[in-house]
Each structure stands twice: as C-alpha cells, then as structure tokens.
Design a protein around this ligand. Structure first.
Ligand code: AOF
Ligand code: ZN
Length: 367
C-alpha cells in the first residue's frame, strides 16, 4: 500500500511516537513532534519523561538549521508557559519554523490556546485539528487530571458471562485466556498506580507488578483497607513496601499502622466512618500527583467506586463461561438500583474479541 503523504501522514507518525511513551511521563501528557522541510523529515522527537525536554525541543534539536522554513507537526498545542522547561511556542518561533500543524489544544489552564496565539502573533501559519480525536484519546488520562487534579480511574476486570469474579467456592483461575491476561500488564505499565481492595489482597495475595517481555514501569500499589487488615508479610508489602500506599480510616489501629510504616508503607487516613471516604482518597492521591489509577477490584471496591462516580473508564474482559451461585462474588457488589432507567450506563463503547474472550471498553455516563 502506498501512503498518501499529507498532514495526516506526518501527524500519524508523531502520534505513534507519543503513544509508545504512554505510562512513562507521570502527570505530563505524551507528545510527539515531526519537523519537515520541503517534504522530507528533518527532525523527530517525543516527550519521554517529566522534567526532560518537550517533544518540540527534541525534534528541533535534531533538525538543527533545517528547521528554518520548515513545518512542525505536534500532537499537542505547543506550550506557552515557563514550567520545568521554557515555552515550546517561543522555541518554534526562534527556530524559523513557518508553519505549525497541531492535533489538539492543550487543556492545561496554563496553556489552553495561548500557545496557538503566540505562534499566530509571530506570523506563523497554524493549523489545528489534524487527527484530533486520536490525539485527544491518547491523553485522556492527562486531560482529565490537568482539569480536575484528580486521578483518572480505569476499572479493569475479567468476569464470567454471568458477571462473576469467581465461583461460589472462590475459585477464579482463570476466567480469561492468556491473550487477555497479557494485555493487563500493558495496562499496568500505562497507569501510575494500581488499586485493589483488602479483600482481594487477603484472598489472592497478588504482587501487583507489571510483567512484560520488555522493561516495564511498575505502578504504585494502593490498597483500600478500612481496618488495616493488610498483613505485613503479604507479597505486595514485602516486594514493594517503600512504594505501597494504604488508604484507611481515622478509626483504624495506630499500632498496626506503625507496623506497616516500619515496612515502608505509607498510611493515609480518609474519613472517620467505617468505610474509606473514596472522594477524599481521590483528592489526596491527586494532590500527590497520582494522575491515573488502574482499579483491579474486587467487587465491593468496584461497586463503591461506581456508586461514588469515581470511575472514568472500564475495560471488561468476559470469558465465555457461566458459573452461577448466588454467593459467587459479582463484578459490582453494591446495593443495586431500583429501576432500569436508573442503571449505570456506558458510552463510546468498543467491543472486540481478544483471544477467546470479549473485551468491552466504555466510559460511564455522568449521572
Ligand atoms: C508541549 N510539548 O512535549 C509537552 C507539553 O512541567 P513542564 O515544563 O514539563 O510542563 C508540563 C506542561 O506542558 C504539561 O502540563 C502540558 O500542559 C505541557 N506539555 N507541551 O508543548 C510537550 N509534554
Ligand atoms: Zn512545551
């Protein structure tokens, strides 16, 4: 197949570079940039780590003198503020670029259109909106975090066709096949933190690590544990103690808290009731720069997070199995709604076969 060389062709290259950096930029977006001059690519770059050069800086550096009179393709509006690095819009202006093609505006209130204005005021030809949807989706976590300062929560779960997480005796290996299970590790790599409830920890003793064939980033384990029942000798505390965050309540034992702290665990108290105040927890985590969370249940935490309106995205794998049992744990353990019209609904749904399982991706509608 011959690719048609146009704005989308170069923007697609910039997007694909950005997408490979997903999971490694912390609270920053993933961004890619391609510079062309007379139809040839003269520079390419991506933002790889927070605190390091933005995509445009890398690409302009590679292009050198050849940036002069060239075109820059950037997946996100060039920044206009002095952050950890100077503004990219000024760099583009000084390098003599004559045209800038942008996929999507930067929702960061510090930028939000002012990058485009700076470029236009300098007489640069600016085009916005090339492959916009694709670029916006790439940064859905950043877009949410930078405007709300709360973590973007993706619920991931595997369930049977009748919506169960295990059989009535608790057997759960395996609901989904190897292809779906492998995808989960990419998802872990792409989120800052991974969150489970203490019941899941007590039942499965998971290590919550990312296991990929390439070097992978390890998410911060977060355990929601109202009574501090997490054993100090659980795998997650033994393997990643210094990074673990346990979210609990004011009422939980200070003695147990101290024991866990001695293993490096951070204890955060949210709420004075019997249950963790999940809104307060998200507030605290956002303030501590946890911009995205992969929620891996179980059913009680999934239900509580859904009821609290704290889930932004769901990735559900359905194994072609039915286990029944009224006591078998369900994907969402919660009081339940009275009427069908009150059901929680998903929108922008995508359905795909993954190995022998069905994967459903959707976004809970705002209630
Ligand atoms: C760009 N190109 O490659 C990135 C941008 O703390 P700083 O200096 O890294 O600034 C972070 C903000 O800059 C971030 O919130 C977003 O608005 C923008 N990121 N902008 O022009 C890039 N990574
Ligand atoms: Zn920048």
């Amino acid at each position: 197949m011959i690719d048609i060389i146009n704005d989308e062709y170069f923007m697609d290259l910039a997007i694909s570079m950005a997408s490979k950096a997903m999971g490694q930029t912390g609270i920053n977006p993933v961004v890619g940039c391609v510079i062309t001059n007379e139809g040839s690519i003269v520079g390419m770059g991506a933002h790889l780590r927070r605190g390091e050069g933005h995509a445009e800086v890398q690409a302009i550096h590679m292009a050198g003198q050849r940036a002069f009179g060239g075109v820059a393709y950037v997946t996100l509006e060039p920044c206009s503020h002095y952050g950890k690095t100077p503004p990219c819009a000024e760099l583009l202006i000084h390098s003599g670029i004559k045209k800038v093609v942008v996929a999507t505006l930067d929702p960061n209130p510090l930028v939000a259109g002012s990058g485009i204005r700076l470029l236009e005021q300098a007489g640069i030809d600016v085009v916005v909106g090339v492959l916009e949807e694709k670029a916006r989706k790439l940064n859905e976590k950043f877009n949410y975090y930078i405007t709300t300062r709360r973590p973007f929560v993706t619920l991931k779960s595997a369930a049977t066709l009748d919506g169960k997480l295990a059989t009535k005796s608790g057997s759960s290996q395996w609901i989904s096949g190897p292809t779906a299970r492998a995808e989960v590790h990419t998802l872990r790599h792409q989120h800052e933190a991974i969150m489970i409830g203490v019941n899941t920890l007590l039942k499965d003793n998971p290590s919550l690590t990312t296991r990929l064939d390439v070097a992978a980033k390890q998410p911060i384990p977060i355990i929601v544990d109202a009574q501090l029942r997490t054993p100090v000798h659980s795998k997650v505390v033994e393997q990643s103690g210094a990074r673990v965050i346990i979210v609990t309540t004011e009422a939980a034992s200070e003695e147990k808290a101290e024991q866990l702290r001695q293993h490096g665990v951070m204890i955060v108290r949210c709420g004075s009731g019997k249950q963790v105040d999940l809104h307060q927890a998200m507030q605290w985590l956002g303030e501590h720069e946890i911009s995205s969370i992969l929620l891996e249940g179980g059913g009680k935490l999934n239900g509580a997070m859904l009821e609290a309106g704290l889930i932004q995205k769901m990735i559900l794998y359905y194994g072609m199995k039915i286990v029944g049992g009224s006591s078998s744990p369900a994907l969402f353990e919660m009081g339940g709604v009275e009427l069908m019209q009150d059901a929680y609904e998903l929108e922008s749904v995508e359905v795909e076969l993954v190995g022998e399982d069905i994967r459903i991706i959707g976004y809970p509608k705002r209630q």
